[in-house]
Design a protein. Structure first.
Ligand SMILES: Nc1nc2c(ncn2[C@@H]2O[C@H](COP(=O)(O)OP(=O)(O)OP(=O)(O)O)[C@@H](O)[C@H]2O)c(=O)[nH]1
Ligand SMILES: [Mg+2]
Length: 289
């Protein structure tokens, strides 16, 4: 494949030595389906999800500042679910992120789901590996959590934080979407607003009821006023997932990969035609694909 002047090996060399343009090109190559050969890496990843507008980006901005201060290099991958609303919000996100970006130690990249019929979550694995290889020591994946696609996205991180607001309705939605199951930590943001501590209490109570083992910690924070951030960061740093949650994540990753393979497989249209006319069964269709 034509890579212009630089081969992917050269791009890797320069991305590793800190060149952002090379890193961006490599991420674009991965997005286009290119497979890069990388040595083994052990990335540090945090998935951040939660309903629209609860303050995920603002909170991530706080985490970024904290980590920058302790010498980490932080990369943020924002997965955009392609809705017109989030398109605009994403731009705002970017600006907010940039205000914390004072140079070499923060990298921000968005990943649009539009134009990826098989979803994008399976692309996260190689992207995370690349970022880690290039020396990014904290990798954060942000996605709006409202359904299964988002659950799949955060499943690619090794620790997951769910962010919620003072509104109980949002939490119920997250419970329905199964996102809470994947969360190691829950942050109730906007603690400066009325109702936030009640929301935190009510979610603690419902978590205690629903499970006896390894209930996620619930932290009350205000990203805007920078309250509770230190406690949250140290909880994130020391959190560990129980084996069942790791397994849940790995299952989601496998399903993502499987889905994308299926949707991107050659001859899908023909198989769908035959399914439509009833000339083959679903099992036969799967065997063919
Ligand atoms: N009162 C209050 N407002 C906050 C706080 N944190 C964020 N906000 C505001 O909430 C709005 C949404 O914040 P974002 O950080 O963009 O939220 P988000 O969850 O990333 O939004 P999407 O990515 O669009 O889902 C902005 O107007 C923020 O200024 C907080 O702690 N308290
Ligand atoms: Mg955001």
């Amino acid at each position: 494949m034509a890579l212009g002047v630089k081969s992917s090996t050269e791009l890797l060399e320069s991305a590793k030595s800190g060149d952002r343009r090379s890193l961006a090109r490599l991420l674009t190559l991965i997005e286009g389906g290119e497979e890069l050969v990388l040595p083994n890496v052990s990335p540090w990843t945090l998935g951040v999800t939660g309903p629209p507008g609860v303050g995920k980006s603002t909170l991530i901005g706080r985490l970024v500042s904290h980590w920058k201060g302790s010498g980490e290099r932080v990369a943020v991958l924002a997965v955009d679910p392609s809705s017109p609303r989030s398109g605009g919000a994403l731009l705002a996100d970017r600006m907010r992120m940039e205000s914390t970006d004072s140079g070499e130690s923060v990298y921000f990249r968005s990943l649009a789901t539009r134009g990826h019929p098989g979803g994008v979550s399976y692309l996260l694995s190689p992207m995370i590996d690349l970022l880690s290889f290039c020396g990014w020591s904290r990798i954060v994946i942000e996605t709006v959590g409202s359904g299964q696609a988002e659950t799949r996205v955060v499943a690619f991180a090794d620790r997951v934080m769910m962010v919620d607001g003072p509104d109980r309705g949002d939490i119920i939605q997250a419970e329905k979407a199964g996102i809470i199951e994947l969360a190691d930590i829950i942050a109730i943001n906007k603690s400066d607003k009325p109702g936030a501590s009640r929301a935190a209490e009510s979610i603690r109570a419902s978590l205690d009821l629903s499970s006896s083992e390894s209930v996620p910690e619930v932290h009350l924070v205000s990203a805007q006023n920078s309250i509770g951030i230190e406690g949250l960061v140290s909880a994130i740093e020391k959190c560990s997932s129980p084996p069942w949650r790791n397994r849940l994540r790995i299952t989601e990753r496998l399903i993502s990969k499987w889905d994308s393979r299926l949707i991107l497989s050659e001859g899908l249209d023909d198989v769908l035609d035959e399914l439509e006319t009833g000339s083959i069964t679903l099992d036969e269709a799967l065997d063919r694909l």
